[in-house]
Design a binder for this molecule. Structure first.
Ligand SMILES: [Zn+2]
Length: 463
């Protein structure tokens, strides 16, 4: 019988767009959604490689983010105190998407990566490095769009520690979530990966280039592992993923491997990173999603499903952590995971699009907890917190809960009087009519009446 996947070895080289305001070596904007702007309108002499142009110093934000990525992946950072400065290399190749004839990258045989020897959820991280994106080139038409040329890219290289596609999928989703906590990657641009597959002591490694989403990566692995099990592959190959045919195709064998003739870029100075700078960055980093999840489950005894909802987004889980300091858990939890998230969803907003002071949510839930406003009224106010929250005290004063028995009884009697038909319907067994009457009471009082008291008085009056 076929053995399990235990001898399968899968490694990844993951590429993502680093979120910065500007490109890596010039002041052009670092756009990602290039489809919305006209080709070659976000360019300058530097990112189009004009003769005589020189790169500016590398974008500081990109350097900061690449270090933060290294830290989140528990890597060893290469510091000036320990080693030589980080040097951009020229990686030479002859494609139309790179007019200078070389890509500027802190990678290659002679280079020291920004970060190395890390571990993320049991998978070894070989190295993390920074490089510039080439232009978008259409080989069919020959058209080149330089809008994204020079955008900063991160490359994360893993050890071949994955055993199967399921493990890769879970890990990649956790990686993307973790990096979203530090806003390292552009979330619209997605990730791409080169995937390498081999079977230990049996087949030679194949590398599948440029697979462009987690779903496709999973499909490519399934197909390639299958091929390795069937065929006794003894040549190292570079392949491409054909999604339509659901199989990989040969690009080149090891013998045809490109020689990139790496040399240090004389236009760019080495980057020196001080230990102090890294220590400061470390202090400012958030806990990882896994740490947050663990804390929610252990400290607050929240069930895993709710904990996962909260940890999907750093701002949400941080909001919850602040709110639950002041508000009982049984109120804080549903009001964040259900009510607040549905307000955001309804308005098609994320926490990045709105300005929320956690104290305003605390004030609101405190008013609710003390029965000063009804849940319906609290929902109304919560909806008004988009795009900016505010102190709900004044709103609450104007819509104080009516919980005086006599006052509610008066309103109930009025509603009964005004809705004879519904009362008759109810007597004829139409239960819906009861809800209608309750609705009328709520409407009449602008949702301020205490729901439970109103219901019990209505039942009494209708007997
Ligand atoms: Zn530019």
């Amino acid at each position: 019988m076929e053995k399990t996947n235990s001898d399968v070895m899968i490694g990844l080289e993951i590429h993502g767009y680093i979120e910065t305001g500007e490109k890596l070596f010039c002041e052009c904007k670092n756009f990602h959604d290039m489809k919305i702007i006209k080709p070659n309108t976000n360019i300058c002499p530097i990112c189009t490689g004009q003769p005589g142009s020189k790169p500016m110093l590398p974008n500081k934000e990109a350097i900061k983010k690449i270090i933060e990525i290294g830290l989140m992946l528990n890597c060893k950072l290469n510091l000036i105190e320990d080693k030589k400065p980080l040097i951009f290399q020229r990686k030479h190749y002859d494609w139309s998407d790179m007019p200078t004839g070389y890509q500027k990258t802190i990678s290659g045989a002679y280079s020291i990566p920004v970060a190395e020897n890390g571990k993320f959820l049991d998978i070894g991280i070989t190295e993390v490095h920074l490089e510039e994106d080439p232009a978008a080139w259409n080989p069919e038409t020959g058209q080149i769009d330089y809008n994204r040329a020079g955008a900063p890219l991160v490359e994360i290289v893993t050890e071949p520690d994955f055993k199967n596609e399921k493990q890769v999928e879970v890990w990649l989703r956790q990686l993307v979530l973790t990096l979203s906590y530090i806003k390292a990657l552009n979330k619209d641009a997605g990730i791409k990966a080169d995937v390498n597959v081999s079977i230990k002591n049996k087949t030679k490694r194949t590398e599948i280039k440029n697979v462009n989403s987690i779903t496709e990566i999973v499909k490519a692995i399934i197909s390639e592992v299958e091929r390795h099990k069937k065929e006794n592959l003894q040549t190292q190959e570079t392949r491409r993923w054909n999604s339509e045919k659901n199989k990989t195709e040969l690009m080149r064998t090891k013998e045809q491997a490109a020689d990139y003739r790496f040399i240090p870029d004389p236009d760019l100075p080495g980057i020196k990173i001080s230990r102090l700078y890294i220590e400061e960055l470390k202090k400012s980093l958030p806990e990882s999603p896994m740490q947050k999840l663990d804390k929610l489950i252990k400290k607050f005894k929240i069930n895993k499903i709710d904990a996962e909802v909260l940890t999907k987004n750093l701002e949400i889980v941080e909001l919850f952590e602040k709110v639950v300091e002041k508000i009982p858990l049984q109120i804080a939890l549903p009001w964040i995971t259900v009510e607040w998230l549905s307000v955001l969803n309804y308005n098609k907003k994320t926490m990045d699009d709105v300005k929320i002071d956690p104290n305003n949510i605390i004030e609101l839930l405190d008013l609710l907890n003390k029965n000063r406003i009804t849940p319906l009224k609290a929902k109304d106010i919560l909806r008004k917190f988009i795009p900016n929250s505010y102190s709900p005290i004044k709103d609450a004063e104007e819509s104080k809960t009516i919980d005086d028995y006599g006052e509610i009884k008066k309103i109930v009697k009025e509603v009964i009087k005004e809705n004879k038909k519904s009362v008759d319907d109810l007597k004829n067994g139409e239960q819906k009519a009861f809800n209608y009457l309750v609705g009328q009471i709520m409407q009449k009082t602008n949702k301020r009446v205490d729901f439970k008291i109103a219901k019990s008085i209505l039942e009494e009056e209708l007997k």
